[in-house]
Ligand binder design. Structure first.
Ligand code: GLC
Length: 449
């Protein structure tokens, strides 16, 4: 895995050398307008509540020996997996109300358990849950609730007997070893399994987004063919960049690691939402969700740099969302009801930055949204802009007093607000409005020293 992961990272670094542009689009309107999505990591590991999804069965991970269980013990959890309270309409409604435009469910994670009754492979709901279609129910619920359907799929399957590396292990076949005829047959069979499953997911559920993870396991042309399968089944689908070296995808993923500067290509930050040492993707007992202000801060910084935030929850094995997740989603819903225009269908803030808080801009450029975060005292300055027509609290339209200091004949000057101001609260957004959109940093004065 290390090799393929590195190649994606160096791709990211390369892209970051190019300065960000004003408008970053994939050409898929719903995705370009989205501020957030809900990532759902759910599977048989949640039965134990003390081990990470898939990774819990890898006893030889050199970087982390927490919570390892034997592969056999892990796979045995499939027999106890009983999602009797699974009602995905609740997840999808909570996501929509929180301001999320899509949700992405782990249709099959690295552990190999297929969450839909697939015709390929022998480990999943078909064998253990009388064929209950957890993916189909999820896709239908998202559509009913008016959000886009995303499916996560790992081309690696640590359970499959033909996985290139021994089942239950993280290892992979060294590229330099020429496969034996038997090895070749296994690769072909594995290939048919993965491409078959992907085609099945796309044609059966017509997802709007396919979220690959883990990359293609060996350096063969398998990933290129996989990409052809995806495009042939659905040319409109949004695909991320983690299917293999040939699948650059429609956007770049950043994982729990905020980019150092705004990427020049469309991007999404996928984020573990539970804190503590390391946090986990799947549910573990005793986890705590990050605070509401932490979440709004991350959202504002992500959208202010042109990205989309994919926030993760790990449901309990019975199908309910943990209380921590429900609480944070409700808080986000309240924030979103008051502040939606600052994050949905906006453009990134100016670059170089002209304010020390995260800024987004309306599509027509005439309104800049300044996210105060939880700092409600001190000075807020927007530099090198013409005098605004109005400055208000986005939540309720309260006018906020400001000073304007003109510094350039060209029209550049500084807008200053001294906080605290009556009626301005933590996590509020200031809407700064002009009749004509200000030009991007006309004199280079926004450049940080
Ligand atoms: C990493 C982890 C995987 C998780 C994914 C989400 O690739 O290995 O468990 O699903 O991140 O981005």
């Amino acid at each position: 895995m290390a090799g393929t992961v590195m190649s994606a990272a160096s791709h990211n670094r390369m892209m970051e050398l190019t300065p960000p542009t004003e408008t970053i689009r994939t050409g898929h309107d719903w995705f370009d307008e989205a501020a957030m999505g809900l990532f759902v990591h759910w599977g048989i590991a949640s039965v134990r509540g003390d081990t990470e999804l898939s990774w819990g069965m890898i006893e030889d991970r050199p970087w982390d020996d927490r919570d390892a269980v034997s592969a056999e013990e892990y796979w045995g959890l499939a027999e106890e997996f009983d999602p009797h309270s699974y009602a995905p309409d609740r997840w999808a409604r909570a996501a929509r109300e929180a301001g999320m435009s899509y949700a992405v469910l782990t249709a099959r994670h690295h552990d190999g358990f297929s969450m839909w009754p697939t015709e390929y492979g022998e480990f999943g709901v078909a064998e253990n849950l009388d064929g209950r279609d957890l993916v189909g129910e999820f896709a239908d619920a998202c559509r009913r609730q008016g959000i886009q359907v995303g499916l996560y799929y790992s081309p690696r399957d640590w359970h499959h007997p033909d996985y290139p590396g021994s089942p239950g292990s993280y290892g992979e076949l060294p590229d330099e070893v020429p496969p034996t005829p038997e090895g070749m047959a296994e690769r072909e069979s594995y290939h048919r399994y993965v491409t078959g499953q992907v085609e099945e997911l796309l044609t059966r559920y017509r997802p709007d987004l396919l979220w690959f993870d883990g990359y293609w396991p060996v350096e063969t042309s398998g990933d290129a063919e996989l990409y052809d399968v995806v495009r042939a089944a659905d040319s409109e689908i949004v695909v991320n960049d983690r299917g293999g070296a040939s699948i650059l995808g429609d956007y770049q993923t950043y994982e729990c690691d905020f980019p150092e500067r705004p990427p020049s290509e469309p991007w999404e930050l996928c984020q573990i939402w539970t804190g503590g040492p390391g946090g986990t993707w799947g549910h573990v007992d005793g986890e705590t969700y990050e605070s509401h202000s932490w979440t709004v801060d991350l959202l504002a910084r992500t959208v202010g740099w042109g990205g989309t935030l994919l926030l993760n929850v790990g449901p309990l094995s019975d199908g309910r969302l943990p209380e921590g997740a429900r609480d944070r989603l409700r808080k986000l819903a309240d924030w979103h009801a008051a502040n939606e225009p600052s994050v949905r269908d906006v453009r990134p803030g100016p670059w170089p930055p002209q304010c020390d808080r995260p800024v987004t801009r309306s599509a027509d450029g005439r309104v800049w949204y300044v996210h105060l975060l939880d700092r409600t005292s001190g000075r807020v300055t927007v530099r090198n802009v013409p005098e605004p027509r109005a400055l208000t609290v986005l939540r309720d339209g309260t006018a906020v007093p400001f000073e304007y200091e003109r510094s350039r004949p060209s029209g550049g000057g500084a807008v200053r607000v001294e906080l605290p101001v009556d009626g301005v609260e933590a996590l509020d957004v200031l809407a700064v409005t002009w009749d004509d959109p200000p030009r991007d940093d006309p004199d280079g004065l926004g450049r940080p020293r």
